[in-house]
Design a protein around this ligand. Sequence first.
Ligand code: PMP
Length: 421
Amino acid sequence: MAQLSPLLKQATPVLAERGEGVYLYGADGRRYLDFTAGIGVTNTGHCHPRVVEAAQKQVATLIHGQYTTVMHRPLLRLVEALGDVLPDGLDSLFFLNSGSEAVEASIRLARHATGRQNIVVFHGSFHGRTMGAAALTTAGTKFRAGIGPLMPGAAVAPFPQAYRYGWDEDEATRFALRELDYVLATSSPASDTAAFVVEPVLGEGGYIPAPPAFLEGLRERADRHGILLVVDEVQTGFGRTGRFWGHEHSAARPDVLITAKGLASGFPLSAIAAPAALMEKARPGSQGGTYGGNAVACAAALATLEVIRDEGLVENAAVLGARLNEGLRKVAADHPEIGDVRGLGLMQASEFTGPDGEPDAAAAQRAHRAAAEQGLLLLTCGAFGNVVRMIPPLVVDASQIDDALALWSDAVAAAVAAAVG
Ligand code: PMP
């Protein structure tokens, strides 16, 4: 009998039998508050009835009609609906299956469109595990070590990590932009640089929001040097941060937007969006894949967009995100092990540090495990693994936020006691 790969390191012992809204029901008979949302995917909650109905109908109508060969209606309807929510001018879409593939597509597009090779990313970036995307990923050695040689042409500049530097946001931003100018004058000359690829909130890198002035500084430099600004909204899109797109917390607008995760409530679907005049610079045949733009995934995505609009999920993320942040700060005030609490909307995190201010991954792991034991599913992140993040479905309500905070408070207390004992 076959067995699961020994590489599988499951973060919690939960065997999920069923999901509904913000809850997962385990084979152990327990109900779990799921503040992982399938790693930021099920924004509409598990098995939202409208998403389920749309997918079921589509399964019985047309499961697959590879859209670069034979067009289908779910994809055309989705393109129209996305037109209402995408930034002005990003009127052309290309569909794939995963975030990583969409990142790969954006690399190809940027290189074709500019004739330049280099891509600049920022410390703590996570853009995926395929070989090109891995070269753009700096959120931890485990994503890159031993798989090289990686794609050449990736350069790294600092991300304004104010807490880590012990600076305020303005100082951190000034430093990061000055260092970027240095990179553009040295290791990745501006005239060789095709794109900046940036997350509006560092995701796997520790839930660090980009200061608006940083994104605006990138935009200004992109315009000055003819570089494309590619914004990776894989984790921050679809209302997650309390605005429809994460970059909307700043005045900067992207040339290329990458989206996946929340797009289809759990069906594999991703996309890149760009102005048509830019998109047509990708050479025919260079982009795509067999399953990209799958009809069932597109039907689910359309229903997802309708649910986000009809249920006011973007506003909910803003209001309940503020409540979650406030509650996390209260827990942190009782526990010096938590050095920082931060996030945007329903993308919130607590960073564990030792007395010397250095990252304490073991403390974060203990709190994460204790939370799961209490019935609250969370994720860790951060280049040093010392950040515990909360990313609940956007259909969460105030009492569920409060339940999670009570469980979190108990979990941190239990984790601290375990460390002492
Ligand atoms: N970009 C970002 C910002 C992400 O958070 C992720 C996934 N965590 C990816 C890209 C890669 O997406 P996928 O796992 O779907 O390939």
